[in-house]
Write a protein that binds this ligand. Structure first.
Ligand code: HMG
Ligand code: MG
Length: 314
């Protein structure tokens, strides 16, 4: 059995979008350099599986993230008309490189906590936001849409619990500078469903509507799908995920892979959503990538589906 029975749940949003982060979040922390051709083949397979928003790479300092030093070559190897293809940008230097590559969407990445802002961007929370202000203004002037990530929304490995107020502060700053969507990151995967609902409500009370929110769950503690389900009941319609559940952040202790796209697609399919994703092809893409990474996929759906046929696992 390769698909769940479809039993819709009343009160859920009509449609949802999957924002695939495998080629960026999935690969950024890999120590062994992956050839650009392998990244391009991975992206090609994700497209062939039906994903229509695929974050490609990051135009950050190659000293900080050596794995993505080939960002320009990756973008050059992708047909930018084939889907939405955002990239991460931290500073003006990165924006110059991104614009030169021809991308039409970028994402800046802020932190709700001082510790992660320092570790990830070498800045305080406010200094990082100041750095993004110019990036966002120039992007908008160039007709490039900007997503704003906020990391450590649910907990921080150095600081512990993170207050809703800290997340709201950063969200307001990003919205004020002109980002068109906000992705709320559970970078270390500690969030639980009630926390997700509380954050959505606090943001709405601060004037930030649910329609601009996306959820970015890492699955460290196995809570990601429960959190997606809670967010769906709250009307959230965009979810980040990485094929095969690969990934993590090189600058956050205990960040493991994102919610696996296959696990997300399985649940959304069961709920009656038409994701456009061919789950078998996606599993094949993840098994293929797992062989290159030399370790099996952590996705339960990949494991279950790969073990019921001859594909096997890495
Ligand atoms: P810094 O060291 O303060 O900056 O880092 P700098 O200006 O001194 O630059 C250091 C060197 O990098 C210099 O080279 C620059 O020229 C160069 P040198 O002069 O020493 O030869 N440089 C660049 N080169 C190419 N492109 C650039 C660029 N910028 C500087 N854009 C900086 C500050 C922001 C650059 C650094 O901290 C950085 O690149 N950080 C990125 C970290 C990162 O990518 N983390 C992972 C993404 S975030 C994430 O995964 C979380 C998320 O998934 C959501 C969630 O899960 O919560 C989004
Ligand atoms: Mg992440």
């Amino acid at each position: 059995m390769n698909l769940p029975s479809v039993v819709a749940q009343p009160g859920m949003p009509d449609a949802v979008r999957i924002y695939e982060v495998g080629p960026r979040d999935g690969l950024q922390a890999e120590k062994q350099l992956i050839a650009t051709d392998v990244k391009l083949e991975f992206i090609r397979r994700l497209l062939a599986a039906g994903l229509r928003t695929i974050e490609l790479t990051s135009f950050v300092s190659p000293k900080w993230v050596p794995q993505l030093a080939d960002a320009a070559d990756v973008v050059a190897g992708v047909d930018l008309d084939s889907a939405r293809h955002p990239v991460l940008v931290a500073n003006e230097r990165g924006l110059d490189r991104a614009l030169a590559s021809g991308v039409r969407e970028i994402a800046v990445f802020a932190s709700a906590t001082e510790s992660f802002a320092k570790n990830n961007l070498n800045r305080s929370v406010d200094e990082a936001l100041t750095m993004f202000e110019l990036v966002v203004r120039r992007s908008r002037d160039a007709g490039v849409a900007v997503r704003g990530y906020i990391s450590m929304c649910f907990g921080d490995p150095w600081e512990g619990p993170v207050s809703l107020a800290k997340v709201v502060h950063v969200a307001e700053r990003l919205i004020d500078m002109g980002v068109t969507s906000l992705s709320l990151g559970d970078t270390i995967g500690v969030g639980t469903p009630g926390h997700v609902l509380a954050l959505v409500e606090r943001l709405e009370a601060a004037g930030i509507p649910r329609g601009v929110l996306a959820m970015h769950f890492h699955d460290t503690y196995g809570q990601a799908l429960a959190n997606v389900h809670a967010a769906l009941t709250a009307g959230i319609t965009e979810f980040d995920a990485s094929a095969g559940g690969i990934g993590g952040c090189p600058y956050a202790q205990s960040a493991t892979g994102n919610l696996a796209t296959e696990d997300l697609v399985w649940m959304l399919t069961g709920l009656g959503y038409h994701t456009g994703v061919n789950l078998e092809h996606l599993v094949e893409a993840s098994v293929w990538m797992a062989k290159h990474l030399r370790r099996p996929s952590s996705s339960r759906v990949v494991r279950a589906m790969a073990s019921t046929d001859d594909r096997g696992q890495a």
